[in-house]
Design a protein around this ligand. Structure first.
Ligand SMILES: [Zn+2]
Length: 509
């Protein structure tokens, strides 16, 4: 070996060693290139620490899905090595956690991750959209909750993820991926929650970008059978996104958003599965053809996109410091899901996409949707117990949305038309934003101080105590008659000027 070559070899070796030294962040290497047996090889260099033992966690639960997913079930061949390469003792505590002795000396941890499912018709226990899938040489969807973890003793650290991938693959995600070379990408996240909150889809790109105000929206599509379809979907999504932008006052509180859409051919019917994140949505579709896809996507997208308001920019400490093993849930699902769904149904009338008759039909469907749920349950209690009360959970999209409607009209009434839920949400974003969490027990008091003293009673009666919401009297204020027996809502004949003026403030009609 000549000297120059020796020098180069030494340099390369020292660079490799340097790359493996612990820093302040979690350094992950994920190999999507050398997949064998549906398993992906993962290595981790944990942050520098002085811990004699550490508990490594892969989530049992993830935000937005109210049942145990036990994502640790996909992990195998878990090993830890010290900086000389000697193995450290590891004990698997349960499905989702491992205890490592001598963590202060750890140089590297390695394990394998199995893909969650092969096709949409396959039976799986949890939500497919929360799992990762590996289709060697064609597609990878990584939900980082099933691929990466964290040490209980070392929370709130940054993540640096290096991915090896096929040369033609492109990373679609709400996070920025920077290309190192043909087969290597890098991504960073400020903490575990933010990493898990931004899944990535790797495949040959079929992507279209839409500019909505100052937000770049990525529409990324994968189907084994169909190519170049993202532009068709993007064209359809564009209209609704522009209307959402107008509804939110012209400015969106995020720079980037991503729709990651997977389509699979199934024999008949339409199958959809989606999980929302703060800046992205994973949408899985099984269909015979593509023709029903745009409508189905718009239905999902209009709700999911509004999540950029809450929980992303308005959330409690329980959301900010989500415990992935044993979460304490926030009281405020009426806000995260109810107000999101209310904005979804309110926006089309406010932005003149639909007329009054169509809107009344939407309200009627929400009212009928409450049938079969317990109408006397406290919504704050349903929220903290969402895991145990799964049979009631879907009422946040029915009654929760109607709580939003009643709150909106009450606010318009008290403010002589000046303030509704649109303005309230903007005030809350200003006060909190993505980095500052509210205290769960403070929220009603804060909203009251931002609005009117009467609003505290509204929350007490209809959200905390779980009284049936005052639909009849509320709708009457805007010149609408609610027939509880028939579950119909019709425009009042000869409404007063007062009713009409409040209706105008509420829906601009
Ligand atoms: Zn939602």
């Amino acid at each position: 070996m000549n000297r120059l070559l020796l020098l180069i070899v030494m340099l390369v070796v020292s660079l490799q060693l340097a790359a493996q030294l612990p820093t302040d962040v979690y350094q992950y290497h994920i190999d999507l290139l050398n997949v064998a047996d549906n398993k992906v090889q993962v290595t981790l260099v944990p942050p520098k620490n002085q811990l004699q033992t550490g508990k490594f966690i892969i989530p049992r639960m993830v935000p937005g899905y109210y049942d145990a997913l036990n994502l640790g079930q996909h992990i195998s061949a878990f090993q830890a090595f010290d900086q000389t390469g000697a193995q450290l003792p590891v004990h698997r505590v349960d499905t989702n956690s491992w205890s490592i002795k001598g963590l202060e000396h750890v140089g590297k941890i390695s394990y394998q991750v199995s893909g969650g499912w092969d096709n949409l018709l396959q039976h799986t226990a949890g939500a497919k959209s929360a799992e990762s899938i590996f289709k060697k040489d064609s597609l990878f969807i990584l939900n980082y909750s099933s691929v990466t973890g964290y040490f209980e003793e070392i929370p709130d650290r940054g993540y640096e993820v290096t991915l090896k991938k096929n040369p033609g693959f492109y990373a679609s995600s709400a996070l920025q991926y920077t290309r190192q070379n043909d087969t290597t990408d890098k991504a960073r996240a400020v903490d575990y929650r933010r990493l898990v909150d931004a899944p990535v889809m790797y495949c040959i790109p079929d992507t279209t970008w839409i500019q909505v105000g100052n937000t770049k929206v990525l529409v990324s599509f994968y189907s084994k059978e169909h190519r170049s379809y993202s532009k068709v979907l993007a064209a359809r999504l564009q209209t609704i996104l522009f209307n959402q932008q107008a509804y939110l006052g012209g400015q969106l509180p995020v720079d980037r958003y991503a729709f990651l859409i997977y389509q699979e051919q199934i024999p008949k019917g339409l199958l959809t599965d989606g999980l929302e994140h703060s800046n992205s949505t994973v949408c899985l579709y099984g269909s015979t053809a593509l023709d029903k896809l745009p409508e189905a996507l718009i239905g999902v997208a209009s709700h999911e996109f509004f999540h950029i308001l809450t929980p992303l920019n308005i959330h409690s400490r329980e959301v900010q410091h989500f415990n992935f093993l044993d979460p304490v849930l926030s009281k405020h699902l009426w806000l995260y899901e109810g107000m999101t769904e209310y904005a979804t149904i309110h926006m089309p009338i406010k932005e003149k996409m639909i007329g009054l008759q169509a809107f009344l039909g939407v309200i009627e469907r929400k009212i009928k949707g409450m049938d079969g749920f317990d109408n006397k349950l406290s919504m704050t209690l349903m929220s903290t117990n969402a895991i145990r009360m799964q049979d009631q959970y879907l009422n946040f999209y029915q009654k929760g949305a109607l709580v939003g409607l009643c709150l909106d009209i009450r606010l318009r009434e008290l403010s002589h038309g000046q303030m509704g839920t649109q303005e309230l949400m903007q005030k809350l974003i200003k006060k909190y934003g993505s980095e500052k969490a509210f205290k769960d027990e403070d929220l009603f008091r804060v909203i009251t101080s931002l609005t009117f003293p009467e609003i505290r009673l509204f929350f007490k009666d209809y959200v905390e105590d779980g009284q049936p919401i005052p639909l009849k009297e509320t709708l009457q204020k805007v010149g609408l008659d609610y027939d509880a027996a028939q579950q119909t809502v019709t425009a009042t004949r000869n409404p007063s000027a007062k009713q009409l003026s409040l209706r105008k403030a509420w829906i601009d009609l």
